[in-house]
Design a protein around this ligand. Structure first.
Ligand SMILES: [Zn+2]
Length: 1119
């Protein structure tokens, strides 16, 4: 019997995975274009914006070096780089070290590096051979050198590096008013500093390391993080908060008609990433000037991906990165050229650069599709544009792991301390070039599963006994194959129909669920959306209510809909509230909407059933009339108090009465102080910061919201919250329900229509239109030996295995941590199967299955060679951000530092070749772990500046919880793009530079984005022509600081910059409002907060300092 009974005949499932038109899933992937609305929404209906620019390019891009690069040499250069010597005492400013010293057991079972070359992947050995060969020396040069004593002596050069005090020398000419009081003075203009550095260090890198001693770069391809994530909204630096930076006087959004402006994903943005090729290499790292040394070596060091996974890599270990802090008279010195010995500063160009790693990965892995047929392959970085071909494992768009090769035993795992985790985005949107998962319909019998562990049929199941039975790949149970599913096996033991069936040949697919998978054994009704609008004084006065009502009139035409459907099946309802609730009957038969007021908020009920939830097209006239009237009805309100919990309660009750799942869109302005359940008081207290009670700032002030959330989850009621606070609203408490129901929180501090409507409307449109799975349950099954033990994200769990999500959209991830419960086997590897049961937006019950096979290893080197730092950081950030709920922030930070040191020390001890203790050796795949971890440590949640509010911290904490790997990557390490360095004609995104003030040239303009914030920084010496072209004013001094919209000018530069801004916005899930910052203007402090390689005002260490600190920690562990 054929698998797809009710579905149209499947085209043969060829290996090559043709696209099966018949199956394509409507709901994911863009909606049909025919319905594309006029301008404002057009972009949303199309293919997911975020991906627009990416995909195809990967393929066509000219691979700079797609063929396996000359492995040996390349790797040698980066692998072996020695990062200078640090003076003993120079761990400056690093975070205080409370790290406990931990000794590794003398006998490392896995350790003994020098001894046994692993057969299949001989990496363990010393590829690094006897230390100093000439090649090595060069490599070492590339490293940073520092020697304690002298730092202070090098004045101009050392900005920020060198002695701790260096930062203080930062910008002196700031008008520095009281606002940013602590800002250091006296800094030389960035440019000169940069030059200083360069001058000092030119030689390095120029000599391409001849890697003679290291041969293969096998695995360690660099994989880096990238930039893509959301941001914080409101950091305020005392002055203008980010969310309302405009108070500086930004002109209203010009040229953009209210409804239209920047709706989101601006048309097809120019290909962003794919283009960097030309010229890029030279520019590497964004350093200025030629001094940058021969990057070329860098570029190819990582031989594409070839070596991952089970493929036997070339026999050599990865060249580690070394940093030699130690000091002065370390044996190392002998290996250094004289010149180096005298250096006393760490050259920032010599420490691992995120920009370089990202660039290398794009060059090496962006040109070919990532084919998922091989177990344990490490995918390209999230910053690389690439296409995925599903050949049996889930795409990295759905699942990314901290390591694709996991230790066979828990002892090994404990020794390495590398968290084993997967970041899963079950409903991830795909680029248009990639097919959505096929839907398989097994009819009444439903999906085939293992009788014992209930795992779903997947490509890893083994058919035996001529095809009459199958052995479960997760629990080994032998199951009978139902007669209707029987098929013969070929001579290899594979079913002859394997390629005709998605569930036997693909990593991801869907099953239509039977009624057994439905609540109360009843197929679900289509979901409903309820819009619940605060109409208290603040909401009216800011113009929010009028703006929102106007927008909703058209937005309701673009509710998510199933593939080919003419219109959305989703019904809508409307509620307004302040201290009481107003329900509206918008039944199509009415001439005018009717209002029903419920003032008994203590015992919420829904006063009407019929006419509350309606079909948009049937009730359009009544709805329009209602939306016209709401702003008028409350125009003169004086009511300032609001309720909150009763509003959610009402929405949930309405869904319950309608027997459907759905989503509540709440638009709320203030702390709910009106007498009602869930009433809150202002408990903000900054004095708690850095005390043991700081955690209470992140905890909800009442348990009422958890209880309410639990009820919502049971009903499949997801809550999205749009906040418009003018002051503290207790985000930590208000976000509990959205958080536990899989919803989203948006915050627009001090919302004003003229300044913020663009951002709000863009977010709203996207939020309302995005595809959502309702009433969902996710379960992650694993093969014997490991199991899922911990979960992070926006969801609710009532037991230890099932992740319950009232709603789950394509932006949300769930991070799952695994632990061993038995020994794993190298041969069989480890398997994960994520099954998500959900109701589609048309009310269809489905199961989405993602499978992923990982390798298992008995050598630690294999673990380190197959790690993904970006994913590790995603996990570590979520772990830390949850930790602040229960532990002092300092404890959380120290825990992260300790763990990181243990990870790196274990590598050093067990996988790296013997070398001076003074050298810092980092695994190739983790060479960015220190820089990224430092960004997490100094983030607003873990180390807030004086101007970061309690609400901002709670907000960010909550946002990060659901971020995917790309989002955390750019969120913690923002992308900084110089705008005038590359030719205007170039259609591609300019190469990024490192996030440090030192990289800024005062003659240039830069865009900085972190997924939530977007700045345009203008150097004080930028050419007048550039100023004219972009701002239409004649001089730098006439540029309006804080501007949020660039004038629309018809010249190439203006078009290019505006186009770039649009394309950056299109890549992110939330709208990033632009803030123009002038060099040395007071707003610049805001901007500098995001230059994460520098020391931060709140005390966060600079990258260099942190690296020194990490090195010290590692040495303590090793000694
Ligand atoms: Zn089983």
């Amino acid at each position: 019997m054929n698998v797809n009974q009710s579905a149209p005949p499947l085209p043969p499932f060829g290996q090559s995975q043709p696209v099966y038109p018949g199956y394509h899933q409507s709901s994911y992937g863009g909606q049909p274009g025919s319905t594309a609305p006029p301008t404002p929404y057009g972009a949303y209906n199309g293919p997911v914006p975020g991906y627009q620019q990416t995909p195809p390019q990967g393929v066509s891009r000219a691979p700079p070096s797609s063929e396996a690069p000359p492995a040996s040499t390349a790797q040698a250069s980066c692998g072996q780089a020695v990062y200078g010597q640090f003076g003993q005492g120079d761990v400056q400013n690093g975070p205080s070290s409370t790290v406990q010293m931990q000794r590794f057991p003398g006998s490392q079972p896995f350790g003994s590096v020098p001894l046994a070359p692993v057969v299949s992947q001989p990496t363990v050995l010393q590829p690094y051979g006897p230390p100093p060969t000439s090649a090595q020396v060069t490599a070492q040069l590339a490293g940073m050198q520092i020697s304690g004593a002298v730092a202070p002596a090098l004045p101009p050069l050392g900005l920020g590096y060198g002695p701790p005090t260096s930062l203080a020398s930062a910008s002196g000419s700031f008008p520095n008013s009281g606002l940013y009081g602590s800002y250091p003075q006296g800094q030389a203009p960035p440019l000169s500093q940069a030059q200083g550095h360069l001058g000092a260090q030119p030689p390095q890198r120029s000599a391409p390391p001849q890697a003679s001693s290291f041969t293969s770069p096998a695995s360690g391809g660099p994989r880096m993080p990238s930039m893509t994530g959301p941001l914080l909204s409101g950091q305020g630096f005392g002055g203008p908060s980010l969310s309302q930076p405009n108070h500086v006087s930004s002109p209203p959004p010009q040229a953009l008609p209210p409804g239209t402006q920047m709706t989101g994903p601006p048309g097809p943005p120019p290909p962003m990433h794919s283009s960097q090729q030309p010229g890029y290499q030279l520019q590497q790292n964004g350093s200025f000037g030629p001094a940058r040394g021969p990057q070329p070596n860098y570029g190819s060091p990582y031989p594409g991906a070839p070596t991952f996974g089970s493929q036997p890599g070339p026999p050599q270990p990865l060249p580690p990165k070394r940093l030699d802090p130690d000091a002065i008279p370390s044996p190392q010195l002998n290996e250094l050229p004289p010149q180096q010995k005298t250096r006393h500063r760490i050259d920032p160009d010599a420490i691992p650069s995120p920009i370089q790693v990202i660039e290398d990965d794009r060059n090496n892995r962006g040109s070919e599709p990532f084919v998922t047929g091989v177990r344990g392959q490490v995918p390209p970085l999230v910053t690389t544009n690439f296409l995925v071909k599903d050949q049996g494992n889930a795409s990295p768009r759905y699942i990314r792991c901290t390591s694709y090769n996991i230790p066979c035993t828990s002892d090994m795992a404990k020794q390495a301390q590398v968290p084993l985790a997967a970041v899963i985005k079950p409903l991830a949107r795909l680029p248009p070039e990639e097919a959505s998962p096929y839907v398989v319909d097994h009819g009444e019998s439903g999906p085939l599963r293992c009788n014992r562990c209930k795992a779903y049929m997947c490509p890893f199941m083994q058919f035996v006994e001529g095809g009459r039975r199958f052995q479960c790949c997760f629990c080994s149970c032998i199951n009978d194959v139902p007669p209707q599913y029987f098929q013969h096996l070929d001579h290899t033991g594979k079913r002859v129909d394997a390629y005709d069936r998605p569930e036997l040949s693909l990593g991801s697919y869907e099953f239509l669920a039977t009624v057994d998978y439905c609540k109360n054994n009843k197929f679900p009704s289509p979901p409903a959306f309820i819009f619940m609008i605060d109409v208290s004084y603040n909401a009216i006065r800011s113009g929010l209510v009028r703006l929102l009502c106007e927008e909703l009139k058209s937005l309701i035409d673009f509710l998510p809909r199933e593939g080919g459907a003419e219109e959305s099946a989703i019904r809508v309802g409307f509620v307004t509230y302040n201290k009481v609730l107003h329900f509206y009957n918008v039944k199509s038969s009415l001439a005018q909407p009717q209002m029903m007021v419920v003032s008994d908020v203590a015992d919420m009920f829904v006063p009407l059933l019929d006419g509350f939830l309606v079909n948009v097209s049937e009730s359009r006239a009544v709805i329009t009339s209602l939306l016209d009237q709401i702003p008028e009805m409350f125009a003169d309100t004086r009511e300032t108090e609001t309720v909150f919990a009763p509003v959610i309660q009402a929405g949930m009750e309405a869904l319950k009465a309608a027997e459907c799942a759905g989503k509540l869109f709440l638009f709320h302005t203030s702390l709910p102080i009106a007498e009602a359940p869930g009433k809150l008081k202002n408990r903000d207290d900054r004095k708690l910061i850095n005390t043991d009670k700081e955690k209470t700032l992140f905890q909800p002030q009442t348990g009422a919201y958890q209880t309410l959330a639990k009820e919502c989850v049971a009903q499949g009621c997801c809550v999205d919250l749009f906040l418009f606070p003018n002051q503290y609203v207790d985000v930590a408490t208000l976000s509990v329900v959205p958080q536990l129901t899989g919803g989203s929180v948006y915050k627009y501090t001090c919302f004003q229509v003229e300044n913020d409507q663009e951002r709000f409307l863009s977010d709203l449109r996207r939020d309302v239109q995005k595809v959502v799975g309702f009433d969902a349950v996710m379960r992650v099954r694993t093969s014997t030996g490991i199991r899922a033990v911990d979960f992070f994200g926006a969801f609710y769990m009532s037991n230890t295995t099932d992740v319950e999500l009232a709603g789950l959209d394509g932006d949300k991830t769930v991070t799952v941590e695994f632990k061993h419960d038995d020994r794993l086997n190298e041969e069989s590897g480890a398997l994960l199967q994520c099954a998500l049961l959900y109701t589609s937006c048309a009310g269809q019950r489905r199961l989405r299955i993602h499978n992923l096979a990982l390798n298992c290893c008995t050598q630690l080197a294999d673990l380190y060679r197959n790690c993904e730092t970006d994913t590790l950081i995603n996990y570590m950030a979520k772990f830390a951000y949850r930790g602040v709920l229960n532990s002092p922030v300092k404890t959380v930070r120290d825990t992260l530092i300790t763990q990181c040191a243990q990870i790196l020390a274990c590598y050093r001890k067990n996988c790296a070749s013997p070398s001076s203790a003074g050298q810092l050796i980092l695994p190739e795949c983790m060479k960015l772990l220190p820089v990224y971890l430092n960004c997490v440590l100094k983030s607003d949640v873990l180390q807030p500046g004086a101007e970061v509010t309690t609400d901002d911290r709670a907000y960010v904490r909550q946002l990060v919880t659901s971020m995917d790997v790309a989002e955390t990557n750019v969120f913690f390490y923002p992308r900084l793009l110089p705008l005038t360095k590359s030719p205007i004609e170039s259609a591609t995104e300019p190469p990024a530079v490192r996030a440090s003030e030192e990289r800024l040239s005062n003659g240039d303009i830069y865009l900085l984005e972190n997924g939530l914030n977007l700045f345009l920084w203008v150097g004080a010496s930028v050419q007048q022509g550039v100023v004219q072209s972009l701002f239409s004013v004649s001089s730098f001094s006439q540029i309006t600081s804080g501007l949020s919209v660039l004038p629309v000018l018809e010249n190439p530069l203006s078009k290019k910059v505006r186009g770039l801004i649009d394309s950056l916005r299109a890549q992110r899930s939330r709208y990033m409002k632009l803030i123009v910052v002038k060099q040395e203007d007071k707003l610049e402090m805001l901007f500098k907060h995001f230059l994460v390689e520098d020391k931060s005002l709140s005390g966060g260490a600079s990258y260099v300092d942190f690296l020194c600190h990490m090195h010290k920690e590692i040495r303590q562990l090793l000694s």
